[in-house]
Ligand binder design. Structure first.
Ligand SMILES: Nc1ncnc2c1ncn2[C@@H]1O[C@H](COP(=O)(O)OP(=O)(O)OP(=O)(O)O)[C@@H](O)[C@H]1O
Ligand code: SF4
Ligand SMILES: [Mg+2]
Length: 346
């Protein structure tokens, strides 16, 4: 917003309070999340370190089962049994280490400080209540005094996403399409004015045109409100549209991260290269697009030592069988691969 050119006179009313912690930074360090299985506790996210710079949009990509949603849930300390955070920390400016938060402080942080769209948000509404009723419940549970203002804000957000706000607020879940419910999920994540927003697969139920429209709105709202945003998707094309920084997950590990453009134009990790080559609109030619051979591992089949990607890697060497490659930094690029020459430990 433009600054006034002269100071307000002494008699002017007191200014509205400064917004609470705009654009918080997030530092995930050494995070390991395990799920209890019949074969014991197995890691879905292993020793992941990732920084979300204040005001940035970070995208996390990876195939199904790579640990994206588990990592996202950890940001709200919302991993449910049989899962648990086994190691590491998630420091959020203004909140501290959320791994140590519990009870009322944790509940308040969700929604007011961290806005979240769950994966399959289209199925997470309460079928018995209208969207408007759920919106009011959300506002009351976070101590919002101006509920009319909240409804106005919700209608505005829904309108921007191409929906009739009043109609949607009067509707039950079953009266809305999957794509409409997904947009309701995005509205609920933004409406409390949280400054850290986590969107897990925000556009999966949408056609290409609606998807592009929603991504544009995510970018606009992000810029207008000064947010820190994390977008999780299996579709690297979505990340190419919105994210400043890109992080690639495979088998619970972060294998590559860096500025989105640099990673997309010159991917260094063999997995990132494979992901990009599989997408015609990124390769630019449908005939040149090649599917990544093989399948991603499950919790039970992720290699316990060596590189998690080696079963599908054309560059695999002897050391890849025994040594898990460390994440090494080269300027803003971080890659974990024995075949990539890098300069310093991340
Ligand atoms: N409640 C659970 N109990 C046991 N294993 C789980 C549970 N939730 C997730 N997992 C396993 O943890 C791993 C990571 O799952 P996660 O949902 O985080 O992956 P994802 O990258 O979000 O996948 P997708 O793209 O399908 O959403 C997978 O192997 C999954 O089967
Ligand atoms: S560490 Fe080895 S197996 Fe893993 S991606 Fe690099 S070359 Fe391939
Ligand atoms: Mg997921």
């Amino acid at each position: 917003m433009a600054q006034p050119e002269t100071a307000p006179p002494q008699t002017a009313p007191a200014p509205v309070p400064a917004p609470v912690t705009p654009a918080p930074g997030v530092r995930i360090d050494g995070l390991t999340v395990v799920y209890k299985t019949t074969a014991g506790e197995l890691p879905a996210v292993r020793d992941v370190s990732l920084t979300l710079e204040p005001g940035s949009i970070t995208g996390i990509v990876g195939e199904s089962g790579s640990g994206k949603s588990t990592l996202a849930l950890s940001l709200l300390n919302a991993v449910q049994p049989p899962g648990r955070i086994a190691a590491g920390s998630v420091e959020i400016d203004g909140l501290g280490d959320v791994v140590g938060l519990a009870g009322e402080r944790l509940r308040k942080a969700r929604g007011a400080h961290i806005g979240y769209v769950f994966q399959a948000a289209q199925n997470s509404l309460n079928p018995l209540k209208t969207v408007g009723k759920q919106l009011l419940d959300l506002g009351r549970s976070h101590g919002v005094d101006d509920l009319r203002g909240l409804v106005r804000e919700a209608k505005e957000l829904l309108g921007r996403m191409g929906l009739d706000g009043a109609r949607v607020l009067d509707s039950h879940q079953h009266e809305l399409s999957g794509g409409m419910r997904q947009r309701v999920g995005i509205m609920l994540a933004l409406v409390l004015n949280a400054h850290l927003v986590v969107l897990d697969e925000p556009t999966t139920a949408l056609d290409m045109i609606t998807q592009a429209n929603i991504l544009k709105i995510v970018r606009e709202v992000h810029a207008e409100r000064g947010l820190t945003t994390l977008v999780i998707t299996h579709d690297i094309g979505v990340v190419a549209e919105v994210a400043d920084r890109l992080a690639v997950m495979y088998g619970g590990r972060l294998v590559e991260q860096g500025p989105t453009r640099e990673v997309l134009h010159a991917p260094r990790h063999p997995y990132t290269r494979g992901l990009i080559q599989a997408i015609p609109r990124l390769v630019g030619d449908i005939d040149e697009a090649r599917a990544l051979p093989g399948r991603p591992p499950t919790l039970a089949t992720v290699p316990k030592q060596g590189c998690v990607f080696r079963e599908r890697c054309a560059l695999r060497m002897d050391i890849c069988e025994t040594d898990d490659p460390a994440a090494l930094a080269d300027g803003p690029r971080i890659v974990a691969c024995h075949a990539v020459g890098v300069k310093e430990r991340a």
